[in-house]
Design a protein around this ligand. Sequence first.
Ligand SMILES: NC(=O)c1ccc[n+]([C@@H]2O[C@H](COP(=O)([O-])OP(=O)(O)OC[C@H]3O[C@@H](n4cnc5c(N)ncnc54)[C@H](O)[C@@H]3O)[C@@H](O)[C@H]2O)c1
Ligand SMILES: [Zn+2]
Length: 368
Amino acid sequence: MAESKDPAPEKVRVGLEARSYDIQIGQGLLSNIPALFPHVSKTTLLFIVCDEHLKTQASLISKVFHNLGINVAEVVLPSGENQKCLDSASKLFDQLVNARADRKTMVLALGGGVVGDLAGFVAATYNRGLNLFMVPTTLLSMVDSSVGGKVGINHPMGKNLIGAFHQPVGVAIDINVLNSLPDREFRSGLAEVVKYGMILDAGLFGFLEANAAGILAREPGLLVKIIKRSCELKAQVVSQDEREETGLRAILNFGHTFAHAFETIGGYGAWLHGEAVAAGMVCANKLSLNRGMIDESIAARVVALLKAFNLPTDPPKLSSTSLLEVMRNDKKSVRGNLRFILAKKLGEVALFDDVTEENVKGVLSPLN
Ligand SMILES: NC(=O)c1ccc[n+]([C@@H]2O[C@H](COP(=O)([O-])OP(=O)(O)OC[C@H]3O[C@@H](n4cnc5c(N)ncnc54)[C@H](O)[C@@H]3O)[C@@H](O)[C@H]2O)c1
Ligand SMILES: [Zn+2]
């Protein structure tokens, strides 16, 4: 009987000279990873770091590599942002020592952004750098954290304070893993996809509007399309500004100055990151609107699309004084001036450093 085959994966090349790599996107990729990336055949030890919700998939990958005669070590981590800490990194270093890891070891990160950032950081630093292979399993990690090479852990004084740039040798995105992703996590990831439409691609934005219902129903063809386009857009930005030096990479932070303040003052966990980004993008658009840079119809389309994805569109009721305090300390602020990425039209943004605190207060909730 003929076997039903999944279509060949879609490919996105991240062009970074010697550090270039492919992101492959499709269905049923997990059982086929060795064939997807030539590096794997040069590997003597595969060190899998996985989120506790991905144990079944980790076993599947282990088996495939065992069958090829490659040693496999598997570490399962509890889920949660608090895993992104020095203590977890230290335990992983111990396990790499115990497994006799060397330069031919491949670290495979199987999980969301937490596992990707943590395992990526360990791969960047152990033995001055091990090969890293990303298998992102949340929508957010597929379209954002697994692309671009930023890896890191948190310090009690700040998120992502300790980190590195370490590009993976490959990324495999198997959309079948999204079947088990909770709805709220899925919708949170959609906020970043909307962001790519806003900052770089009005066509993507229109596609999201036209297909919102099918996307929420997680139709595979639609998922492959929006994930691929998001990866292409992030790859374009990253390949022009790998280390955040020219300022181009900053456009990826559209809505994020507000979002970080909402997350910090509201308490991490009250809102998921994408939820904070959704409300942050609406605030940023209100700033543009008040400056006469975009018209009402564009701001309204963004709100309508975010609502269709059941994402928040109003800023949380938090003290604007406290929120502004966080924004002043934002990485993008220079000598205390607030800097914002603002929309000039759908699909185009730019950095502005003349936004006043009064302007910002004007778009926050009228709490005080
Ligand atoms: N490096 C970067 O460029 C970058 C970019 C954006 C975000 N990040 C980081 O990413 C992290 C957030 O990532 P995230 O949103 O993926 O969160 P996450 O890794 O915490 O995953 C969210 C939740 O989903 C669960 N999960 C993951 N995949 C699943 C699946 N397929 N089925 C069922 N449950 C699943 C996890 O256990 C967790 O409970 C943050 O630490 C953030 O700083 C990094
Ligand atoms: Zn983000």
